[in-house]
Design a protein around this ligand. Structure first.
Ligand code: CA
Length: 231
């Protein structure tokens, strides 16, 4: 089970950066494209779980791109949320006919966008089973933000929860402190790398009473990983 991947197709870099920042902080993997051509190239390499498509793009409209994707067997089931400016709102109906799954009107708040993304992803995979990640008998339910082992719930602080969620959705891979800062703290430059060590220690301490602290491993000179194998 891995983090959901979202492709942002938006030519305005500041907006793209802002969206990407919020999504990464929320635990999504983010791909970016500045136009339809780049979007198609990304699609071939790495299939996204959802696409955010700006209406106004330099080479082709986002609506045309969405229509084309929905006609193609390879991409027809990738959910699309369109980003539109207020003036374009009257075109909403046309856009939904073009196959977009939802709309978000600019300017939008990161919270609103996240809520729409989660709703569309839930609709795209009924049952929502992917909200739950299990490694050995450690179970993380992202819908309720609960971590448990067997019947026992493991209390975690918010940062420890995000760390564990990230590790559990990217198991067996080593991440440097810098990468973890980027993914968990959203690349906030005011946070020092040793903050990562502090939260790793807290996470291990929280897992210790349940005998699961060995899962969070230090890789000397590289960083940290979550692994079920012997370090
Ligand atoms: Ca645009």
């Amino acid at each position: 089970m891995s983090a959901k991947r979202i492709l942002i197709v938006e030519d305005e870099k500041p907006i793209r950066d802002l969206i990407a920042f919020g999504l990464r902080r929320a635990g999504y993997e983010v791909l970016e494209a500045e136009d339809c051509r780049a979007a198609r190239a990304r699609l071939v390499d790495q299939r996204p779980d959802l696409m955010l498509v700006d209406w106004m793009l330099p080479d082709m409209s986002g609506l045309e791109l969405t229509r084309a994707l929905k006609r193609d067997k390879e991409s027809e089931d990738i959910p699309v949320i369109m980003l539109t400016a207020r003036a374009e709102e009257q075109d909403k109906v046309g856009g939904l006919e073009g196959g977009a799954d939802d709309y978000v009107t600019k300017p939008f708040s990161p919270r609103e966008l996240l809520a729409r993304i989660q709703a569309v992803l839930r609709r795209a995979s009924p049952g929502g089973g992917e909200d739950v990640v299990e490694i050995e008998d450690l179970r993380l339910d992202d819908a309720s933000h609960r971590v448990s082992t067997g019947e026992r719930e493991i209390p975690l602080g918010p940062t420890e929860y995000r760390l564990l969620h990230f590790f559990m959705t990217h198991p067996e891979r080593v991440f440097s402190r810098g990468q973890l800062l980027d993914r968990i703290w959203g690349g906030n430059t005011y946070v020092e790398e040793r903050t990562v060590d502090v939260h790793i220690r807290r996470l291990r301490k929280a897992l210790e009473p349940f005998g699961r602290e060995h899962l969070v491993q230090t890789v000397r000179g590289s960083g940290y990983r979550l692994s079920t194998r012997e370090p």
